[in-house]
Design a protein around this ligand. Structure first.
Ligand SMILES: *[C@@H]1O[C@H](CO)[C@@H](O)[C@H](O)[C@H]1NC(C)=O
Ligand SMILES: *[C@@H]1O[C@H](CO)[C@@H](O)[C@H](O)[C@H]1NC(C)=O
Ligand SMILES: *[C@@H]1O[C@H](CO)[C@@H](O)[C@H](O)[C@H]1NC(C)=O
Ligand SMILES: [Fe+2]
Length: 490
């Protein structure tokens, strides 16, 4: 009896292996490890006196200007800047014409110390009640030192609203970082999804930590003063430095980079969600508690309930430590979060998960490992149509250099991997299609390298839903009076 059962299960195993094997073949499994080797610039930080870090002229002139989304739906921005000499004004004057700054909003000012470093005066101002799809001009500072910028608000939340996001991670402040930002600025991206590890100031000691947070703020102003950068925190934001008495995690980051966390009912700026155009974006913290019953876990459970794919078809998750990465660097550091959250990502059909941390680029197939549990089940990732695509984009170009060693052989789940610097763009076309591009900084040039069409998990793969929707559209049109229909056609 036992023998027969044993044979039976071996047969079953074989059958299963056969199926797993063929479903991989079916999904076109021919993972690519790129052989491209770039002649990189040295991974050294740009010197403090370089013009990319130039302090704007004038007494107390606003510097380190950056904006982020200020609400849940994209009708507000938080504008942040630093004044060095005195607190000055936290007011933002703004309007829809370059000649008329008729509106104003008042912000707050704060400062902090880090060992013997004293920060400048950090201003944060929420500008809300904005119109969608509108260019706003804004002015901060006083008199001759006043500075002017502009930004464009996103389109209204709509399932077919097109939008182009940039994805940047692990940026730092080297010549490679500069190349990444400059290339991104040529891409036509409208907002940045930043997957953590901003300044790498924690590579310095004592007073210089604060100094390098300041230079980074001036460095990214070239893009971040004119479009929203959506922040996720990485390990280099923790700044836990007991040798100099600094033990409050995320102190510099939280003072400098506000997020609209309260708008998504989060209790902590490190995890939150926003909706922008046709996307619902969930930002997680790899370095805050996330196991069952913690605030982040409970918040995420509720946030998934608020996702409405009829309004925002694209469901995107940002985190710092990747869940699926086949690089030697930081191998399996995302495993703890995978064990807790992967089931939800599959259940809620997340479209794509962006992470950083590993200084290279990698893209996965749609796979999951949710059938494994400690008492049984599959112990390896299997193809799963409901699973997200996982993209590691820690390729911004920081001081630590590239993570050039991939595990060999390339695991079945890995579709494309290359150790180079670059940035990505996700160009949402409508509710079913988005174009994804990874752009390598090829010695000063921007070279599109890995690209694919991302089919929406909710709309594109569901014929019944598409049909239903068509019928719904037809009946909605049928209900409009004939005269109105004729008018619309004209
Ligand atoms: C903040 O600025 C005020 C006014 O200049 C100063 O008195 C205070 O010491 C500063 N606080 C910190 C924490 O640096
Ligand atoms: C664990 O996996 C085994 C084998 O797939 C399955 O029979 C069992 O129901 C799973 N247990 C839980 C709690 O999911
Ligand atoms: C969505 O965009 C894709 C790619 O541009 C296009 O092929 C497709 O026809 C579009 N679908 C609809 C419903 O507009
Ligand atoms: Fe990191």
């Amino acid at each position: 009896m036992r023998k027969v059962k044993g044979r039976g299960s071996i047969f079953l195993q074989l059958l299963l292996t056969f199926f797993v094997f063929f479903s991989f073949v079916d999904s076109g499994n021919a993972g690519v490890t790129s052989t491209f080797i770039r002649s990189e610039w040295p991974s050294v930080d740009i010197p403090l006196d370089d013009k990319v870090f130039a302090v704007p002229e004038g007494h107390n002139a606003p510097q380190q200007v950056h904006i982020t989304q200020g609400d849940y739906d994209g009708k507000a921005v938080i504008i942040s800047w630093v004044t060095a000499d005195e607190p000055g004004s936290s007011q933002v004057r703004y309007g829809t014409s370059e000649k008329n700054y008729g509106f104003s909003a008042d912000g707050t000012v704060t400062n902090y110390t880090f060992y013997n470093y004293k920060s400048g005066y950090i201003h944060q101002c929420l500008v809300d009640g904005l119109a969608y799809n509108t260019k706003y001009y804004y002015k901060i500072g006083n008199g001759d030192s006043a500075r002017k910028f502009w930004f464009q608000t996103p389109p209204e939340i709509h399932p077919d609203a097109p939008y182009k996001f940039g994805i940047i991670g692990d940026l730092g402040q080297t010549y490679n970082s500069l190349s990444t930002v400059e290339h991104y600025m040529q891409s036509g991206g409208e907002a940045v999804l930043f997957v953590g590890d901003l300044s790498y100031a924690d590579r310095y000691q004592y007073h210089d930590v604060g100094v390098r947070w300041d230079t980074w703020g001036r460095f990214i102003e070239r893009s971040a003063a004119s479009q929203a950068w959506i922040w996720a925190a990485g390990n280099h934001e923790i700044d836990y430095m007991p040798y100099m008495g600094e033990v409050t995690p995320f102190k510099s980051y939280l003072h400098r980079y506000p997020t609209p966390y309260a708008a998504s009912k989060s209790s902590n700026p490190l995890w939150y969600a926003i909706r922008r155009a046709s996307a619902h974006i969930i930002i997680l913290s790899s370095y805050s508690p996330f196991v069952k019953y913690t605030p982040q876990w409970r918040w995420l459970q509720e946030e998934f309930k608020r996702v409405d794919r009829e309004k925002t078809p694209w469901l995107i998750v940002l985190m710092h430590a990747p869940i699926y990465s086949s690089n030697e660097a930081h191998f399996m550091e995302g495993e703890s979060m995978r064990a807790v959250f992967e089931y939800w990502f599959v259940k809620h059909k997340v479209d794509v998960v962006f992470a950083g941390h590993v200084h290279a680029y990698e893209r996965s197939y749609r796979i999951s490992n949710i059938h494994y549990n400690v008492s049984g089940g599959d112990r390896y990732p299997v193809p799963d149509k409901s699973a997200p695509v996982y993209i590691t984009a820690g390729d911004g170009g920081n001081q630590e250099g590239l993570a050039g060693r991939f595990r060999d052989p390339q695991p079945d789940y890995s579709a494309f991997r290359e150790a180079s610097y670059g940035h990505s763009t996700l160009e949402i076309k409508n509710r079913t299609h988005a174009l994804y591009h990874w752009n390598r900084n090829d010695d000063g040039k921007r070279v599109p390298t890995d690209s694919f069409i991302l089919h929406n998990q909710f709309w594109a793969n569901n014929r019944r839903r598409r049909k239903l929707n068509k019928r719904h559209l037809h009946s909605a049109i049928a209900n409009v009076p004939l005269s109105e229909r004729l008018r619309r056609c004209a």
